[in-house]
Design a protein around this ligand. Structure first.
Ligand code: PEP
Ligand code: MN
Length: 339
């Protein structure tokens, strides 16, 4: 349920609504908005809450039942786009963000060279995996703590905030100490203990779509984080599993305009994992930008054929330059801000 307060509602009136929610054993969530103060209510498991309990209180303009099972992430509850700001970089609400870097952090030289190159050509955030979720236990599992330290060094050198994956609750505190944005990998989209733990943190999270998750399941996973009080969630479409085997995954671009209507959270597209084929990455980045998403994430490597993970989808340095040159006019032409 959503309580919309009158524009001139007083602090005491807002406090009275919050107190009543808590007295009923429910949870109140302040929903920031440009035009109004609103309070979301969760925990109403019976669904029997009466609007009259709140509409009689002073300063209340409207009491709205939220029809979707995902509540706090829905547009119904918050019509304004959520804008996330990290290390001076904005994502959402018309601000386009390019996240680029290697799949895995492999060495100081590899991550520094890549960071310097992508920064020079306009990337806003550095990506790189330190804890790698690999399909095979025999493949490179990441440099772990050493990888996090190298990312922090690259941040120091380039000024770019860093995004890196957190694989489990056991390493969450360590990864959170270094990362500016915590990435939840596709394989972990429904790791509910991890989602709950992220909800307790005050750090932005990028939640990748599971390879076989519907959009509704994905939004419910985001709701787990937001319901615990962490409202800084970015959604990342990275392809889903279909019958097609030419590409690693099927990048689901068709859902993007619909997703935009369903949620106020920023949306990023990852055409690297979404296709797995380097020749498809830049065209799909252009296509994603044309749908007015809030950013892209791409993998870049100084020498993809020697990459320890995801070499076949890694852009070379010149390819990254081309991508940036090509998407800039698309983003700007769509009325978005590209810093
Ligand atoms: C990654 O970003 O390197 C990664 C493992 O992505 P995904 O979880 O989408 O497979
Ligand atoms: Mn990868």
């Amino acid at each position: 349920m959503l309580i919309v307060m009158q524009k001139d509602a007083s602090g005491d009136q807002i406090a009275a609504v919050n107190e009543k929610i808590v007295a009923l054993g429910l949870t109140a969530h302040a929903i920031p908005g440009a035009q109004r103060v609103a309070i979301g209510i969760t925990g109403n498991q019976s669904g029997l809450l009466e609007p009259g309990l709140f509409s009689c209180l002073g300063g209340v303009q409207d009491v709205i039942r939220v029809s979707q099972p995902y509540k706090l992430v829905s547009r119904e509850v918050k019509p304004d786009d959520t804008v996330i700001e990290v290390g001076g970089v904005k994502i959402g609400g018309g601000h386009f963000c390019v996240m680029a870097g290697p799949c895995s952090v492999e060495s100081r030289d590899q991550v520094m060279r890549t960071a310097m190159h992508v920064r020079e050509h306009g990337a806003h955030m550095l990506r790189g995996g330190a804890y790698k979720p690999r399909t095979s236990p025999y493949e490179f599992q990441g440099l772990k703590l050493e990888g996090l330290k190298l990312l922090a060094e690259a941040r120091e050198k380039t000024g770019m905030p860093i995004i890196t994956e957190v694989k489990d609750t056991a390493t969450l505190a360590q990864v959170a100490e270094y990362a500016d944005v915590l990435q939840i990998g596709a394989r972990n989209m429904q790791n509910f203990s991890l989602l709950e733990a992220l909800g307790e943190l005050k750090k932005p999270v990028m939640l990748k779509r599971g390879p076989s998750a519907t959009v509704r399941e994905w939004l419910m996973a985001a709701e787990y984080i937001v319901a615990r009080g962490n409202y800084q969630v970015i959604l990342c479409e990275r392809g889903i599993r279909t019958f097609e085997t030419l590409t690693r995954n099927t990048l689901d671009l068709g859902i993007l305009p619909i997703l935009r209507e369903m949620t106020h959270l920023p949306i990023v597209v990852d055409p690297s994992h979404g296709t797995g084929r380097v020749t498809a990455v830049t065209p799909m980045a252009r296509a994603a930008a044309a749908t007015h998403v809030d950013g892209i994430m791409v993998e870049v490597h100084p020498d993809p054929k020697t990459a320890l993970s995801d070499g076949p989808q890694a852009l070379t340095f010149p390819m990254f330059e081309t991508l940036m040159r090509e998407i800039r006019p698309i983003v700007k032409g769509g009325g978005q801000h590209f810093a």
